[in-house]
Write a protein that binds this ligand. Structure first.
Ligand code: GDP
Ligand code: MG
Length: 351
């Protein structure tokens, strides 16, 4: 997050760093998360003869859809590593992207967008919606994600944001949840009538072979042009940003639907300590900002149990992701009504 209250140590140039596969950061190599998880992912490009610039394809791909349809899951699977946790915070500029996949001659630059909020008219929501609109007008094509067999008014509102002239591929996700497969053909037909989709892809983001198939389908929509990123680059998000997203994911996962979406996470400290060992050591302090005392109690839990679990689970995942020893300190603060206050929304790093 960009409140930038923290003063990173000189070694911690996290803002400018990008994740690579594997990547050299401050003299250490980040390996893919772990072998067992990697086995489940689609294979990465075989060790490469360099692709000549003339043959390269590269483009920006927006992943859009209402909340909870599986956009972040899809992005992580497409990139081949968990880099996008969720997507509440996104920026409209072309370079604030979240996931890159390079395979063969193709480089896909995916932008995960916040779920388009249709319910509340707060400043935060307006900012999120502006972000979605900004992203979808500036891409080469769009993956419009819905749950297979379903199309609600919330889906329709997102669809209505898409600009004419930009190809839209319908990703009918969570096919594994559809038990009567016979229902899918008529549903796809009804979708055909809703919009001139360029492709219909019934699939499951959790199914590696579907991901491979989707990448194949997407390739021809990438313009022929030189890659924008190095072949091994995964994201241009900073480690600090990934840390805040990881806290946020654990927060939502462990508090469930009880906690309103208006809570956010601010990283107060992200420092790398000069290590006595080969392993990097990161000290992170983060504040979970909630709207009400009641939410605070919810996050802290009985005898601090919940907050402790959020911290532990964040630490374990960050240690894998960043290949470092991580110390994390979490705080909870109440900022009543911050989602309604435009200046504050900006100060928390939303545009
Ligand atoms: P987002 O809000 O659109 O980014 O959705 P998420 O990626 O956070 O996913 C929402 C929920 O759907 C999570 O619990 C995912 O595990 C689940 N999910 C995503 N893709 C699939 C899928 O293909 N099949 C099933 N059964 N669940 C999925
Ligand atoms: Mg998401």
């Amino acid at each position: 997050m960009s409140t930038d209250k923290s003063t990173p140590s000189p070694k911690c140039t996290a803002q400018a760093q990008t994740m690579r596969r594997p990547v050299q950061i401050a003299g250490v190599t980040i390996q893919p998360r772990d072998a067992s998880e990697d086995a489940a992912l689609p294979p990465l490009a075989a060790a490469p003869a360099p692709v000549p610039v003339e043959g390269q394809r590269c483009g920006l791909v927006a992943i859009v859809g209402k909340p909870n349809v599986g956009k972040s899951t899809l992005l992580n699977a497409l990139v081949g590593q968990k880099i996008s946790i969720t997507s509440r915070k996104a920026q409209t500029t072309r370079h604030r992207i979240t996931g890159i996949r390079t395979q063969g001659a193709a480089q896909y630059v995916f932008v995960d967008t916040p779920g388009f909020q249709t319910i509340h008219g707060t400043a935060l929501n307006k900012s999120l919606n502006k972000t979605v609109v900004g992203v979808v007008s500036d891409v080469d094509f769009v993956l419009f994600v819905v749950e297979a067999g379903s199309f609600t008014t919330a889906d329709a509102k997102v669809l209505a944001l898409l600009k004419p002239g930009i190809p839209v591929l319908l990703v009918a996700n969570k096919l594994d949840n559809v038990h009567r497969r016979g229902d899918i053909a008529p549903w796809l037909q009804s979708m055909q009538e809703r919009h001139a989709f360029n492709e219909f892809v019934p699939m499951s983001a959790k199914q590696p072979k579907d991901i491979v198939r989707l990448l194949g389908i997407c390739e021809k929509y990438l313009p022929e042009q030189a890659w924008w990123h190095a072949e091994d680059e995964l994201t241009d998000r900073s480690e600090k940003f990934l840390a805040s997203e990881m806290v946020r994911e654990k927060l939502f996962r462990l508090t469930g639907d009880e906690l309103p979406y208006t809570s956010t996470v601010v990283i107060d400290k992200f420092e790398e300590e000069a290590g006595r060992t080969a392993k990097r050591m990161l000290r992170i302090a983060a504040t979970i900002v909630v709207e009400r005392e009641g939410h605070k109690a919810m996050v802290i839990g009985d005898k601090g149990e919940k907050l402790k679990r959020i911290g532990t689970e964040t630490r374990v995942e960050l240690e894998k992701l960043l290949d470092a020893k991580v110390f994390i300190e979490l705080w909870v603060k109440v900022r009543s009504g911050w989602a309604d206050d435009e200046a504050r929304v900006r100060s928390f790093g939303y545009e």
